[in-house]
Design a protein around this ligand. Structure first.
Ligand SMILES: NC(=O)c1ccc[n+]([C@@H]2O[C@H](COP(=O)([O-])OP(=O)(O)OC[C@H]3O[C@@H](n4cnc5c(N)ncnc54)[C@H](OP(=O)(O)O)[C@@H]3O)[C@@H](O)[C@H]2O)c1
Length: 338
């Protein structure tokens, strides 16, 4: 059997043009790992942050990368082989995973390839009711929504704050989701609804029909009015845009409420939050096969639907990154292997 595969690699940091479809060594599963023949790969912001050298991070935080690098955390495919020490998976199983995140930023998670070797603890059986494209769209965005809103699922130190992130009860709560049409946002809307929240979705107007279909009770088009002027007495804001502008939502929250900036870098409102009695808290998504297994029935039965913005062949990963760079993503961009 050939030990060469096709992969998208990069030999330098840069724009989408650095992504090259070429031959690469086929990985071998190490003890505790599962070799997966990849059928689809979901793309995520950390892919383009790493492609470009993580310029938004403080220099000390930037991973020291060894080229060539293979990006790609989110995969869905078929088990090719299992290494020593793996139980629970066998060749032929259809599986999905978020691979080595945030563990192996420097090496890339290696999903933009025909084969990837995945630690068994990060893998779950693919939800039977959805295809590989939808399954590959789920892992990072859905784990982010779940770990922010429902269950962090681990006790690793939090790089964003000294205290652990704590989700709030959602039943009957008034929850605003900003950036609601994107990868994390459209899944967070559905998670919050499934947990009994009243959901206000904020996005540009072309996403309104979809977000109402997904369960949003109210919709605010941020291109027509400022959401922070239109709402009050919220229990929770999940801000998928985040950054310095997240602080504008503090005044919309009840005392005792919480603001969760999914992109917390640059948040500038700690004093105001304290004076208003609002908790500001973030976490960093982590790989979890156990949580993907727990979520699989909700994906399979349609409680949570992965919306596909667009698909591209793996060989055209650069075009997929160009699409991502144009913004206004609705759901997920997914690569497919031949
Ligand atoms: N903490 C973590 O572990 C973690 C994990 C995953 C992602 N993230 C971060 O979370 C952010 C979102 O990730 P994603 O995968 O959901 O990204 P995405 O798929 O690119 O979605 C971003 C969405 O934001 C919307 N948007 C842009 N500007 C907006 C504005 N001013 N107000 C409201 N909506 C706006 C866009 O559509 P429209 O403008 O058309 O509405 C788009 O749908 C990224 O910054 C990512 O780095 C953090």
């Amino acid at each position: 059997m050939s030990n060469i595969m096709k992969a998208v690699r990069q030999h330098a940091f840069g724009g989408p043009e650095v992504l090259v479809y070429e031959d690469a060594p086929k990985p071998e599963a190490q003890p505790g790992e599962v070799l997966v023949r990849v059928q689809a790969i979901g793309i995520n912001p950390p892919d383009w942050y790493l492609r470009d050298g993580y310029k938004a991070l403080p220099p000390d935080w930037r991973p020291k990368v060894t080229f060539p690098l293979i990006l790609g955390t989110d995969i869905s495919g078929t088990v090719e082989a299992v290494a020593q020490g793996v139980t629970g998976f066998k060749p032929g199983d259809e599986v999905y995973a978020m691979v080595r995140f945030p563990g192996d930023l420097a090496g890339g998670s290696k999903g933009y390839a025909e084969y990837v070797s995945v630690p068994a603890a990060e893998l779950a059986l693919k939800p039977a009711g959805i295809d590989h494209v939808q399954a590959a769209g789920a892992p990072m965005s859905l784990l982010t929504a779940w770990q922010f809103l429902v269950d962090v699922g681990h006790h690793e130190p939090n790089p964003f704050q000294p205290t652990p992130h704590q989700p709030l009860p959602l039943e009957g709560r008034k929850v605003l989701i900003n950036g609601a049409a994107g990868g994390v946002g459209h899944l967070a809307v559905q998670v919050a609804k499934a947990k009994g929240a009243r959901v206000i979705a904020v996005a540009s107007g072309r996403h309104e029909t979809l977000l109402r279909e997904l369960g949003a009770d109210d919709f605010i088009d941020y291109t027509k009015s400022n959401p922070e002027d239109a709402v009050s007495d919220l229990d929770l804001v999940l801000d998928n845009v985040g950054g310095p502008a997240a602080a504008r939502f503090l005044r919309c929250l009840k005392r005792g409420g919480a603001l969760f900036p999914v992109y917390p870098l640059g948040f500038a409102g700690a004093e105001e939050a304290a004076s208003r009695g609002v908790t500001v808290s973030a976490t960093q998504v982590r790989s979890s096969g156990a949580q993907l297994q727990e979520l699989a029935p909700l994906l399979s039965n349609g409680t949570i639907r992965v919306v596909i913005d667009s698909t591209y062949p793996l060989a055209e990963a650069a075009k997929a990154h160009e699409r991502a760079g144009r913004g206004h993503i609705q759901g997920k961009i997914v690569l497919t292997t031949a």
